[in-house]
Ligand binder design. Structure first.
Ligand code: DX5
Ligand code: ZN
Length: 214
């Protein structure tokens, strides 16, 4: 699978060192979680930090906005160097318009679903997007337990993508480790986000390697 380690679990006092580790690893992207304290009950980091990360990181940036009104920040996300901008379906009244704005800004567009949001809500947007990010925990914090309902949702999403003929890839975020990663690979997940499993490991390079081999 493709692997996008989540910077949320990095050591912010040693960010440059942790990004060097990512650069030397088999990670395909670097996942950046932006939170606003409104859409989710937590606040993480914003654009000055992402710009700094982008200067040091050789991997493409996968930016996950857990914020209300993400359409207000499309150009700032682009200017901070993101390759993928992912917004939440639940945060966008005019999701189709936001996706167009992301594409017009020259980025790939991702749409994320919370654990309780059905796959069927993607039917009329799936041909227009590049990535679906399924949350396998309630968003806001690293280090939570994987919700098994996600496995059924990946299967259902795979079928929808095949039925409609979409190019979208499936990314799963939250509680991914060697056990849940293997389960996700089996049901056809394309990319996993991993925070604690990578940055909490005694050998983060090996943890990334294990997921990448699945
Ligand atoms: C959670 C974030 C995740 C988080 C994952 O709201 O979207 O990206 O960093 O962390 P782990 O892998 O520790 O569950
Ligand atoms: Zn995330």
């Amino acid at each position: 699978m493709l692997v996008s380690p989540s910077l949320l679990s990095a050591d912010f006092g040693n960010l440059a060192r942790d990004i060097e580790m990512i650069n030397a690893s088999e990670a395909h992207m670097l996942h950046l979680d932006v939170m606003d304290g409104v859409f989710v009950p937590n606040i993480s980091f914003g654009f000055p930090v992402i710009k700094y990360v982008q200067q040091l990181c050789t991997k493409p940036l996968d930016v996950h906005l857990m914020i209300v009104e993400p359409q207000k920040f499309v150009s700032q996300v682009r200017d901070s160097g993101a390759e993928i901008m992912t917004v939440h379906q639940e945060a966008c009244v005019h999701l189709n318009r936001v996706v167009q704005q992301i594409h017009d800004a020259g980025m790939k567009a991702g749409v994320s679903l919370n654990p309780s949001t059905p796959i069927s809500t993607l039917r009329d947007i799936i041909t227009d997007i590049d990535l679906v990010l399924l949350m396998s925990v309630n968003p806001g914090f690293g280090g939570q337990r994987f919700l098994p309902v996600t496995l059924r949702k990946v299967t259902e999403l795979r079928a929808l993508i095949a039925e409609i003929g979409s190019k979208a890839i499936i990314e799963v975020d939250g509680g991914v480790n060697n056990v849940t990663g293997a389960q996700l690979a089996q049901v056809g997940t394309d990319m996993v986000v991993a925070g604690n499993y990578v940055f909490g490991a005694s050998n983060p390079l090996e943890a990334i390697h294990i997921l990448a081999e699945m």
